[in-house]
Design a binder for this molecule. Sequence first.
Ligand code: 6PG
Length: 237
Amino acid sequence: MSEIKTYPDNPAVATAFAQYLCDFINGQAQEKITISLSGGSTPKLLFQVLAKDFADAVDWSKVHFFWGDERCVAPDDAESNYGECRALLLDTISIPPENVHRVLGENDPAGEAVRYGKEVRQHVSSGDDGVPAFDLMILGMGGDGHTASIFPHQMELLNSEKVCDVAVHPESGQRRVTMTGKVLNASKAVVFLITGGGKAEVLKTVVQRTGAAYPATHIQPAGSLTFFLDEAAAAQL
Ligand code: 6PG
């Protein structure tokens, strides 16, 4: 069962989720909290709010950041999800460098998918099914219903036995390293951050689980599933 939280606009979503994230981290008893971040434009405001208002509200030394997907570009490329997060958040908060697990986007995609999968396994404990289970998986959704970098033309990535695999953006052809569907679904908590009216129609079918052609529909985690939405994205719910 999913929970839907709706806010007036993107800033309100960012502020509400920043507080949620802060409470989540502070509420965890364990000394190592594994969090997978999404990329794209939606989390930019979240990172800025965290840096501005929550930099000292969290013991970041407990947090280990990963990325659910990364573009196969250098970290200083404008397209880099890691580069975006570093500029907006990581350079501001006191998080040990060894706690930031970026995908080496500058590397060969196939080899990096294997390497990153090993790094995930090294730091993220697995459940009885042998799949690494993140404490928190933050995801976005594209207008085509993709999530992480699992696009509609590569639905097989939802059931891959690999931790990470190589994906290809359907329009640009840009290669990406993405976590696969089983890893996303193994997470103890999954949160979608989705804003903008352009996603409202697809989002309706994702939430109602009728949009089988959309990868986001198939994110039905063993743990909790929460949607943080603005009113525009939630307009058809
Ligand atoms: C990426 C993301 C991707 C993103 C969606 C939504 O690397 O682009 O991880 O899954 O979350 O495409 O992107 P926007 O937030 O830009 O709409």
